[in-house]
Design a protein around this ligand. Structure first.
Ligand SMILES: C[S@@+](CC[C@H](N)C(=O)[O-])C[C@H]1O[C@@H](n2cnc3c(N)ncnc32)[C@H](O)[C@@H]1O
Length: 270
C-alpha cells in the first residue's frame, strides 16, 4: 500500500500497531488496513471493546480534572497514544492554562502527531521512548525543561503497562517512577484484567500477538501490586466507569463489560 505523508519511513505498513488499532477504535484516521482488520477481528469476538476504550478516554478526562483540583499542574503521560479528542493537555489547560504535559510513546506515529499538534504550545512536548526506559525518560532534557520533579507531578499509565511482560517487571517499573517523584505526586493507571471476563476476551487477547506488543491480562491482585507504596484514592481500583463518574447514569449495570480497572494513587510523605 502507499505510504501516507504522516507515516514515517521506518514503520512497517504490514504489521498492525497497538497505537493505530486503538486510534481506529476511537474513530481516528491514523490507521492502516492491517490495523483495521485486526481491530475488526478483535471486535467480532468482544463487541464491547470499543466501549471500554471510550470509557477509558472519559476516565482520562475525569482523572485529569480531579488531579488539577488536587493542585497538580504537571503531567507525565506514558504510552500517550495518537492524539485524539480530549488529550491530557487540552483537559488540563482548560482548568489551568499553565499546566505542563510531557507525552511519551514508543510509537513513531503517535510521537510525530503529538509534536505536530503541540508545535505552538511551549508547555507541552512529546518524547519517543519505551516506558521501560524510566531513567532515560526522567533525564530527558524535555522532561527536565517542563517538569519540576521536586514538586508534585501526575504520572499517567493508561492502557500501557499491559504491554509490558512480567519478565520486565511492571510493578518494579512503577516503583522506580514512585521513587523519583515527590510526596504529593500521583500515579494513575488503567490496565486490562482477565477477572470476571468471559472466555472470548481471553481468546481475543491472543490476537494482540500480531502487533508485536502482545497484551498481558492481569489479576486484580497483580494490578494492586502496581500501586505498592502509595495510597489509592477513593474509590480505589475499580472498573473504569465506576471511578468518580460525572453522573450515576454513566455507570453501567454490567460493569464487567468494561474489562479494565482504573485507579489513582497518591505518594504520601515518608
Ligand atoms: C491503548 S493505547 C493508550 C493511549 C492513551 N494512554 C489512552 O489511554 O488513551 C496504548 C499506547 O501505549 C503505547 N505503548 C505500548 N507499549 C509501549 C511501551 N513499551 N512504551 C511506551 N509506549 C508503549 C502504544 O504505542 C499506544 O500508543
Amino acid at each position: 500500500m502507499e505510504r501516507p505523508s504522516w507515516a514515517p519511513e521506518d514503520i512497517d505498513l504490514d504489521r498492525p500497531s497497538a497505537a493505530r488499532v486503538y486510534d481506529y477504535f476511537l474513530g481516528g484516521a491514523h490507521n492502516f488496513a492491517v490495523d483495521r482488520q485486526l481491530a475488526e477481528a478483535i471486535a467480532s469476538m468482544t463487541p464491547n471493546i470499543g466501549d471500554t476504550m471510550r470509557a477509558n478516554r472519559s476516565f482520562l478526562r475525569r482523572m485529569v480534572r480531579y488531579l488539577i483540583g488536587e493542585g497538580v499542574t504537571q503531567f507525565l503521560d506514558l504510552g500517550s497514544g495518537i492524539p485524539t479528542v480530549g488529550n491530557v493537555h487540552e483537559v488540563a489547560q482548560q482548568a489551568d492554562p499553565d499546566a505542563r504535559v510531557v507525552y511519551v510513546d514508543v510509537d513513531p506515529i503517535a510521537v510525530s502527531h503529538s509534536r505536530a499538534i503541540l508545535a505552538d504550545d511551549p508547555n507541552t512536548t512529546a518524547i519517543q521512548a519505551d516506558v521501560r526506559e524510566v531513567d532515560r525518560i526522567l533525564a530527558d532534557p524535555e522532561t527536565r525543561r517542563l517538569l519540576d520533579l521536586d514538586r508534585p507531578v501526575a504520572v499517567l499509565l493508561l492502557g500501557v503497562l499491559h504491554f509490558v511482560p512480567d519478565s520486565d517487571d511492571p510493578a518494579g517499573l512503577v516503583a522506580r517512577l514512585r521513587d523519583a517523584i515527590s510526596p504529593g505526586s500521583f500515579v494513575a493507571q488503567v490496565n486490562v484484567t482477565h477477572e470476571d471476563q468471559p472466555p472470548e476476551v481471553i481468546e481475543a487477547q491472543k490476537l494482540s500477538g500480531r502487533t508485536g506488543t502482545p497484551i498481558h491480562l492481569r489479576s486484580r491482585a497483580e494490578l494492586l501490586a502496581q500501586f505498592a507504596g502509595m495510597s489509592l484514592v477513593e474509590p480505589g481500583l475499580v472498573h473504569i466507569p465506576l471511578w468518580r463518574p460525572d453522573s450515576p447514569l454513566d455507570v453501567d449495570d454490567r460493569r464487567e463489560r468494561f474489562g479494565a480497572l482504573a485507579g489513582v494513587a497518591r505518594k504520601d510523605a515518608e
